[in-house]
Ligand binder design. Sequence first.
Ligand SMILES: N[C@@H](CCC(=O)N[C@@H](CS)C(=O)NCC(=O)O)C(=O)O
Length: 287
Amino acid sequence: MGWNSVILYTQGNHDDPFSPHWVPRPPRYPLVRRASWFYTEAQFRAILFAVLRPPIGSMATLLHYPLCPFSRSIRLALAECGVEVTLTEERPWEWRPGFLELNPAGSLPVLLTKADCPISGSYAISEYLDETTSGDDETRGFRLFPGEALARAETRRLVDWFHRKFHEEVTAYLVDEKVYRRYGRNSGSPNIEVIRAGHENLRYHLAYLSHLADTRPWLAGEAPSFADLAAAAHLSALDYLGEVFWEDYEPVKSWYALLKSRPSFRPLLADRVAGFIPSGTYSDLDF
Ligand SMILES: N[C@@H](CCC(=O)N[C@@H](CS)C(=O)NCC(=O)O)C(=O)O
């Protein structure tokens, strides 16, 4: 599919998500890079005959990549739930056979706990943490999915918004294009049209985030939740690359500043990725 065949939505208002005529802006560029479509025979063998080996050592290990937003959300969730982990950097585009044995999807994050088999993907890991972190409702500090059934549904809706919709429309255009595109079989220089589309999409997502941050104490309601962590994970990866126009979205900036000052955020602010210098205010709490 070429650039010319992208459907342009001419009706409706893309810029104001609260207008009765608002229609979501469609992704403006087809996503064509999925490393997992191109396994080698050896990698397929590794997947098919995978023997799931228990991880060595007593502490849990998280396979992650510093600018992967899904890994970031889980690092935040682990820290908020008081679970100590050893971080191991994995470069998913390298398709390391040992990694594919652990997660045949070839994607991050993967959590290796002491007792159980690998837990793959932010969805499975967040639900696992919610079910297994100790303490009753009164004694446990941060709840990833707090409240009653409806409140939990709202958290899950927003996690899906950020980890699926926001990722497809913004993060995949900006982080994948600027960072992941350097590596792997489809490596090349960033496509400026894709980056422009990511910027446009980011604006309407920031408008929606502003509305949430303005009308609720936390994104999903009264209490902080995994929805805040998922959203902050995407924004922090973009912020590392200097892509977020904070000044234009004051409520988002204030909400993000609160999260950024939590102890769980500190290790993320210390991340440095070879070849990419973080934006001037990335680790600044008074940005
Ligand atoms: N649905 C997964 C998606 C994770 C994902 O796409 N991770 C990226 C890195 S940010 C990855 O590993 N991509 C390599 C691939 O999918 O081949 C989740 O929520 O954890």
